[in-house]
Design a binder for this molecule. Structure first.
Ligand SMILES: [Zn+2]
Ligand SMILES: [Zn+2]
Length: 326
């Protein structure tokens, strides 16, 4: 099969013929129909994350057709999706509580195991989710990481229908989360850098849109921050009503600036981090996305242009998520 392969010493992905993976018990082979390109892929590509597998096929927003290793839930020929959490031990104290997002020994798709920048991908059957065949695969791929984690962020923030919710930053994840918020009848306040992101937020129905250093004109019930910036977390915190919650949707954060406890955190305000996703988040979000009819504005690349897709994510030259079509 053809695959885009990352080698630790190479400056770019190389498009290669590699052996097609063989099904083993507990696994399903997917013919990849689409694979989303996530900012985390860029961090892996640029070795911001430590190299744990070399060579590696990246990609963790996989939409595929079941071609081998079918199960009752994933019959031959059906559609399935796989995300960043490609497996968990299911035995650690976190997994036993249904918090597989916190598992001590997770399998990470396109990082600790090969991912979806390829014609085929071998995935754990119990971490693959059925997807509708009626929707074009390119629209489903961005839902699998950006979408699910954005949804989890709204959950971690404790969002309820009709509330005032702030989104600080407006990339792929926020542009999907706002569609859920609008569906729930929430008022959405967006503070973000970039004219393009602000225009997208307005188009998506935000109540108020401002620059990254502007504050929403009302006190927020919930806020989600998407930028890897402690400054932005404090800005979000300072926009909350008493009892409000900031959820941080970022794997890394630069230094958190000192802030005034009495003014900003007192009053039972909370700051919470968002870590990965559970299978329940995935199932709930994918069902909701289908009900709402979420169709992200995607830019597609053939597998041969996987490097161009990564650069488009890096430089934010696409006005929506990037998706590779093998
Ligand atoms: Zn991702
Ligand atoms: Zn576990």
């Amino acid at each position: 099969m053809k695959a885009a392969v990352l080698r630790a010493a190479a400056p770019a992905l190389s498009i290669e013929e590699v052996e097609r993976p063989q099904v083993v018990p507990g696994y399903t082979l997917l013919r990849v129909l689409a694979c989303g390109v996530c900012r985390t892929d860029l961090h892996i590509f640029e070795h911001d994350l430590p190299t744990v597998r070399d060579p590696l096929i990246p990609g963790h927003q996989i939409v595929g057709e079941v071609v081998d290793g079918a199960t009752a839930e994933l019959p031959l020929g059906s559609r399935a999706g796989v995300s960043w959490i490609g497996g968990a031990d299911l035995t650690c104290p976190f997994c036993l509580r249904g918090e597989e997002n916190l598992c001590d020994a997770p399998t990470l798709t396109g990082y600790t195991v090969n991912g979806g920048y390829a014609e085929f991908a071998l995935v754990r059957s119990d971490f693959a989710f059925p997807l509708p065949s009626s929707v074009e695969p390119k629209y489903l791929a961005p839902l699998l990481c950006a979408g699910i984690i954005g949804f989890r962020s709204l959950r971690v923030a404790g969002t309820r229908p009709g509330e005032r919710v702030g989104l600080f930053g407006f990339g792929a994840s926020a542009s999907l989360a706002i569609q859920v918020l609008r569906h729930w009848g929430c008022e959405v306040y967006v503070a973000t850098r970039g004219d393009q992101h602000r225009a997208q937020a307005r188009e998506a129905g935000a109540q108020w849109v401002g620059a990254e250093d502007e504050r929403p004109p009302v006190a927020l019930d919930r806020a989600v921050t998407f930028a890897p910036s402690g400054q932005v977390v404090v800005a979000a915190l300072s926009s909350l009503r008493k009892g409000g919650v900031v959820a941080i949707n970022a794997i890394h954060l630069d230094e958190m600036p000192a802030f005034d406890y009495d003014k900003l955190l007192w009053g039972e305000r909370q700051i919470r981090s968002v870590t990965n996703m559970t299978r329940q988040d995935a199932r709930d979000f994918l069902a909701l996305a289908h009900e709402i009819g979420i169709r992200p504005h995607v830019r597609t690349f053939p597998l041969a242009q996987a490097n161009e897709a990564l650069q488009a994510v890096k430089h934010e030259t696409a006005d929506g998520p990037c998706v590779i079509l093998p």
